[in-house]
Design a protein around this ligand. Structure first.
Ligand code: HEC
Length: 172
């Protein structure tokens, strides 16, 4: 039944070509799903893990930070200018909590204790500081949340290094 036009006389959609096209489309679809799925899983793997408590904890941490810490440590965790130099009063300016500071050089236990009890707990008698403790103001959960918020601002490699420091020195 060749009419000489070179066209396939079979009805459209039933020939082997159509089947090939279908198989190709399904395979491409599957590859796409795997690729997109992999990307999404990869993205989530980069987000702060359960040890950082998830989004609700970060939201709490942020509100605690803004209310209690930002005045000294900066809205963007940037700290005060010249934070390494003591002021004429003998006090240090507030250091940054972002990756440029040295907050991440300390284990979790120390960060918690400094926030809860203030710097004086770790300093020699007569040490001058404005970093008082928040034991009367914040619950332990709020302190943990604000530290989780600070940690979430660090890039993955800094987080990994601080996690290592914490693993070696779980206390303070
Ligand atoms: C009144 C100012 C002020 C406020 C408010 C404040 N800090 Fe501080 N903070 C400081 C100063 C100044 C230091 C430096 C410590 C020193 O005096 O030696 C410091 C140090 C720290 C450190 C130790 C950092 C390191 O690398 O050793 C942590 C952790 C910290 N603060 C957390 C917090 C958190 C969390 C809050 C809010 C809940 C907060 N601070 C609120 C002034 C403040």
């Amino acid at each position: 039944m060749n009419d000489g036009s070179g066209k396939n006389p079979r009805p459209k959609g039933t020939g082997p070509r159509r089947q090939m096209a279908l198989i190709l489309a399904v395979s491409l679809g599957a590859i796409l799903i795997i690729a997109v799925g992999g990307y999404v899983i990869g993205r989530f793997a980069d987000e702060p893990g359960p040890e950082a408590g998830g989004t609700a904890q970060l939201a709490l941490g942020k509100s605690v930070y803004v209310a209690q810490c930002a005045a000294c440590h900066g809205v963007n965790l940037e700290g005060q200018p010249n934070w390494r130099q003591r002021l004429p009063s003998g006090e240090l300016p507030a250091p940054p909590h972002d990756a440029s500071g040295h907050t991440w050089h300390h284990p979790d236990g120390f960060l918690f204790d400094v926030t809860k009890h203030g710097t004086l707990r770790f300093a020699p008698p007569g040490y001058k500081t404005t970093m008082g403790g928040f034991a009367e103001v914040l619950s332990d959960a709020e302190i943990t949340a604000v530290i989780a918020y600070i940690k979430a601002s660090w890039p993955p490699e800094i987080r990994a290094r601080q996690a290592d420091i914490t693993a070696r020195q779980p206390g303070s």
